[in-house]
Ligand binder design. Structure first.
Ligand code: ZN
Length: 403
């Protein structure tokens, strides 16, 4: 595949843009949440069948896969699009706003579905030009429901035959970055997200007589502050962590010392070693501080998504392909990792690959105040979807040629 052929993908994706936008808006109007997205699944299946592809469907959950066969045997490249929405009521004023109260495609997964279907079409049209296979992965339940893990458990990596994919690629749209840019970095791209709950138990009593009780609130307060000290004193600064206590509750009124205090929060890390260090530190501090005061603390650390780690060689392939396709100006050289988490991390634990961000901040938005992904006012630049479609296809073709 020559550079001219790669560059021809962008005008092809632009020609397809009205259809991509229309599809995106159809999905946007009818958002579905979690692992069960029957209407979105039906739409994806119908579109794949229109392209002459065979769609395989999950039964317990509403995933969809399809395989695009090239001109001959060769490796497999996996492309991922997630399909689920968020529990928000849309407040964008767009004329294609969500028609379902309490659900909104505020993370742009509607654009991912539309872009991956557009990419499928361009790949089907170019079948004769590549060898190997492209495995399309449409997943439910990215927003905290471990949908990618469910698909892995149900045979995702064997969906294109006994040889597992040689590489995997996902795009995520974002208003964090300028429109029509591709943003990628080697190594950790997104954080691991785990959750913690601590219940501190003391002894209740009259608020005027603290010595006769055992106040769990002062113990809980000390734990909250000690966790922040731990993050700055125990965690390597170049392998950072965030611990945020986002919920703290205790007591009922002004003159009662309660029996217990409850706190919970999130833990974000970029390596397994820091992740373990922080988990152990939380348990040690909470139980130790409680014990020092004669109270007890029950600590629960609930594992969430692991670190999303880009394979260095494949992320370089994505970067170089994006430069070839779009020019260097559209591919910012250095981006920071993101403290959000992604369940594509489960795929990247098994298959070398990368996730990249597709910038889609509308040109008239100030970067400092543009509503972010997960805001009920977020608006994505739809023209950027042509860049996303072309990038999916270009990365698949370059990935197959390399493998
Ligand atoms: Zn998302």
């Amino acid at each position: 595949m020559t550079t001219t052929e790669i560059q021809s993908l962008l005008p092809a994706a632009e020609a397809l843009l009205p259809e991509t936008v229309a599809l995106r808006r159809r999905i946007h109007r009818r958002p579905e949440r979690g692992l069960s997205l029957p209407a979105t699944q039906a739409l994806v299946v119908a579109e794949l069948e229109r392209l002459g592809l065979t769609a395989r469907q999950g039964h317990e959950t509403t995933w969809v896969t399809a395989v695009i066969e090239g001109a001959g045997p060769g490796p497999t490249v996996l492309l991922r699009g997630d399909m689920d929405a968020l529990p928000l009521s849309e407040d964008t004023g767009l004329d294609f706003s969500s028609e379902i109260d309490g659900a909104m495609h505020a993370c742009g997964h509607d654009t991912h579905v539309a872009m991956l279907l557009g990419a499928a079409r361009l790949l089907v049209e170019r079948r004769a030009a590549f060898v190997g296979r492209v495995l399309l992965m449409f997943q439910p339940g990215e927003e905290g429901f471990h949908g990618a893990r469910v698909m892995l458990d149900e045979g995702l990596l064997e969906a294109a035959g006994p040889d597992q994919p040689a590489s995997a690629f996902a795009l995520h749209i974002s208003t964090e970055y300028a429109a029509a840019t591709i943003n990628v970095r080697p190594g950790p791209m997104m954080a691991a997200a785990d959750f913690l709950k601590v219940e501190v138990r003391g002894r209740g009593g009259h608020a005027s007589q603290p010595s006769a009780a055992l106040d769990p609130i002062t113990v809980a307060a000390e734990i909250v502050l000690a966790l922040q000290t731990m993050v700055t004193r125990r965690v390597e600064v170049f392998d950072p962590a965030v611990v945020t206590i986002a919920h703290l509750s205790a007591g009922t009124t002004n003159n009662i010392i309660p029996e217990s205090a409850f706190l919970e929060g999130t833990i974000r890390t970029f390596s397994e070693s820091t992740r373990t260090l922080v988990h152990d530190g939380i348990r040690r501090l909470a139980t130790g501080i409680a014990e020092a005061h004669g109270a007890t603390a029950e600590v629960e650390v609930i594992p969430g998504y692991p670190v999303t780690t880009n394979d260095p060689a494949f992320s370089e392939l994505v970067r170089a392909t994006a430069v070839e396709l779009l020019g260097a100006d559209a591919v910012p050289g250095r981006i920071d990792p993101v403290m959000g988490a992604e369940d594509f991390s489960y795929v990247l634990q098994r298959v070398p690959g990368a996730m990249a961000f597709l910038g889609a901040r509308p040109a008239d938005e100030d970067p400092a105040t543009a509503p972010a992904n997960h805001s009920n006012r977020v608006v994505f630049d739809e023209d950027s979807m042509a860049v996303g479609v072309a990038t999916y296809v270009a990365v698949a073709l370059r990935g197959l040629a390399r493998a």
